[in-house]
Design a protein around this ligand. Sequence first.
Ligand code: SF4
Length: 454
Amino acid sequence: MTAFALRVARFGDFLRDHKRALRNLQWVVVAVYAFLLIVPACLPLPTETSHIFNHMTITAQFAFWGIWWPFVLVSMPVMGRAWCGWFCPEGMLAEWASERGLNKPIPKWMRWGGWPFVAFALTTVYGQLVSVYQYPLAVLLVLGGSTIGAMLVGFWAGREKRVWCRYLCPVNGVFGLLSKLAPWRFKVQEDQWRAHHGKVIPINCAPLVPLRHMKGASDCHMCGRCSGHREAITLVARSPEEEVVKIAKGSGWETALIVFGLMGLAVGAFLWSASPWLVAVKQSIATWLIDRDILWPLDDSAPWWLLTHYPQVNDSFSWLDGAMIISFIAVTTVVVGGALYLALWLADRALPGRNALSLHKLAQGFIPAAGCGVFLGLSATTITLIKHEGLGTDWANPLRFTLLTCALLWSLRLVWRMTGQRSPSAPRRLSAMLLLAVGVSPFVASWLLLFVIW
Ligand code: SF4
């Protein structure tokens, strides 16, 4: 073992030996989280003249959507799911509730493989309908509701486990995908596991990772509790491409999350509010409705927890607004995600060695591009808030497109390596690559529309 490998492994042991310190740190994060969640919801809404430094609501908005979420996302490919295991208030509270709970078996419906996609999609769309990035009551409902849900599930099912995180958390799937790019992971050496005959101390892996068969970083929360277990589990550094290219098999639900969730639905959620097309279509539908005296779709008095309703700042959605947002997101999902899926389908057929999972394996290559897209969308709020503070943001677009280009090139490189596993023929590999480059172009065009054209 090299000195560097030894240092990495020792850090795993350090985490294992400081479980209590991690828990204390998590309580501090819980206190900050609760403060940012609850206090702004009790204050009057900010006005045009409010700023980060003089209005708690904008401070909290900047903290949650400007820093917290975008950089938690970035932390996944940088550090694996360390956020989940070291800081996440929701995961910690879920485990804390489970330590005091009923220890019931985990119901079968909760283990359904589609939850990471469905929970992400529902939360994203609902967040847009209630304007979660703008209003503290909506934040309290969406984030606070999720935390209460995590604690109730923790109290009900599993023994000292993070059942919510493992099966139902709306960002579990996203974090699982991005952490496949992490430069380290806890690795199991199966031969040492079998050969170990000493005393075995049982490990409580809160996110329910099957330790012996753990192959990647996707499900592991990096808590370090299993470090050194049976002298077979060690924290190791690795190539950020190793898991995607060599280990990950992919699955239908993961492909759905990458292609239709992160690169389709999420893009629609970030784009709709800037789209002049949506405004034009909405106006023609409204005119058509008024001409026929059908006025109820224009009523904007739905409660704030269903559709954005803040008449005091002239911001209320009508039923038509709600329907238009959902439709815009759905159309973007079909157009942007559909184009990439079709390209994956064709590229898969252009290569030899096709099987039930080969398309899903290729889709894994798009994890960097998908993650970068969500980061760009989330960080748009960061830039808007910085701009509102009167700071220059001319650097933003060059930085955005540099990041997007790097992420796309990385994705194409990953796919190129995967095509090499299926065919030695350069022309076949290149034709597959060409199809994928065309398939991803609507995704690129979406960001051009948002940041340059609109
Ligand atoms: S596999 Fe489980 S116990 Fe081991 S570090 Fe990951 S989360 Fe912790």
